[in-house]
Design a protein around this ligand. Structure first.
Ligand code: AN7
Length: 406
């Protein structure tokens, strides 16, 4: 019903093989579903609970698999009319992935990835992470009763994410280096010490994340938006969304496809550079730096998949500054009541920039994916905002202060 295939040399492998890249050429692997063996209708899916497993037929796990779930997915698709008016665009939505159990879209991938880890008989799982992957993996590993090791770049992981990884019982190893170095190390340690790797290089994890694309069109009553805007770090999510939508298109659930538009932070934008120069692979950025620590990534492993998704879909790639990101974070919070972390706000910043430059048409119907919750990184909010006003516990003084701020 499904198998693994190399996106570079097309070699195929059975699903039981515990591999993350092509043993023949080192290329990235992708799960290939046999869509003609799937039989389900929209009407059959309709009464099911929203979430990743609503689309169970499209999830490559065996019928007998013990599914590890925290009821992930089923997140709100907000129609954001205040922002729409301000930006002067036809129709605008924000998909709020911060509403997932661990507060980010990673949970969609981990429900499938950790289910697969158990199927393959793993006893320990690991990942390197800028934060959210570790928070998510730690919580799913906890329910599955698997040992969990996470490698985080020292001093560059937002506090909420670090706290979650610790809370859920992961063994946290702070690597004195950046995310790219941590990922390189964890890949090797997993190979040499028989630990199951759950970074997004793992093709099974991306199968869960493709439900983000499924859900967007489902929530729009099967009307396909013109464009989906996604923050890009390691290139897992943008490529997973595209894969899912292509499956729905080939299966016949939708009759067209959206443009995938990826946004990076200026200080960590290797995919934007590759896109502009027409390359299929990225030239790594040596010392990536951005306030959006989630996407502080210089050597994204799945870049060829995202470049393919953006080009095939007729989308775009754009980079935004830290200042634009923090401004967009406040716009979304203060006009729409939606609190997101900086990486997620990059999509709003990118949309604003691309509308202003005329690269995105104001006549479009657009969905921005807000990937993680504001509380993941409370420190950056405090640091980039006005300090609270102090006031003695005295009614007269308080009235003066209130009169001033009204
Ligand atoms: C909020 O947690 O890479 O392009 O290790 O946390 O699929 O990597 C996080 C990535 C966007 C980028 N938004 O997605 C990690 C990690 C948020 C994120 C991304 C991440 P990918």
């Amino acid at each position: 019903m499904f198998h693994l295939q190399c996106i570079k040399c097309n070699a195929t492998y059975p699903p039981e093989e515990r591999i993350y890249t092509c043993p023949r050429c080192g290329g990235l692997l992708e799960v290939v579903l046999e869509l003609d063996k799937i039989h389900v209708t929209k009407e059959e899916m309709d009464p099911r609970w929203m979430g990743v497993w609503k689309y169970r037929e499209f999830m490559p796990v065996s019928e007998k698999a013990r599914i590890i779930t925290l009821t992930e997915g089923g997140t709100p698709l907000h129609r954001v009319d205040n922002l729409r008016e301000e930006f002067g665009v036809k129709e605008l939505y924000v998909k709020n992935e911060g509403a997932n159990p661990s507060g980010s879209f990673k949970d969609r991938g981990m429900t499938v990835g950790v289910t697969k880890a158990l199927e393959l008989g793993a006893r320990a799982v690991a990942c390197a992470s800028t934060g959210n992957t570790s928070a998510s993996l730690a919580s799913f590993a906890a329910v599955a009763r698997l040992s969990c090791i996470v490698l985080l770049p020292t001093g560059k992981t937002a506090m909420g994410k670090l706290a979650q990884a610790i809370l859920h019982g992961a063994r946290v190893i702070a690597i004195e280096g950046n995310f790219d170095e941590a990922l390189e190390l964890v890949r090797r340690v997993c190979d040499e010490m028989n630990i199951y790797l759950l970074n997004s290089i793992n093709p099974w994890r991306l199968e869960g994340q493709k439900s983000l694309g499924f859900e967007i069109v489902d929530q729009l009553e099967w009307e396909v938006p013109d464009r989906i805007i996604v923050p890009v770090g390691n290139c897992g999510n943008s490529s997973a969304i595209w894969k899912g939508l292509k499956e729905f298109y080939e299966y016949g659930f939708i009759d067209r496809l959206p443009r995938i538009t990826g946004i990076q932070a200026e200080g960590a934008a290797p995919v934007v550079h590759a896109y502009r120069e027409g390359l299929d692979e990225v030239v790594p950025v040596e010392n990536p730096e951005t306030v959006a620590t989630a996407i502080r990534i210089g050597a994204p492993v799945s870049a060829p998949k995202t470049l393919r998704a953006v080009r095939e879909s007729g989308g775009l790639m754009e980079a935004v500054s830290d200042e634009e990101i923090l401004h967009a974070q406040k716009m979304l919070a203060r006009r729409e009541g939606i609190g997101v972390e900086p990486a997620s706000a990059s999509t709003i910043a990118g949309l604003k920039k691309l509308l202003e430059s005329g690269e995105i048409d104001s006549d479009e119907r657009i969905v921005c994916v807000a990937t993680g919750h504001a509380l993941k990184d409370p420190e950056i909010i405090i640091k980039s905002s006005e300090a609270p006003i102090t006031c003695p516990a005295d009614m007269e003084r308080l009235k003066k202060v209130v009169a001033q701020v009204l």
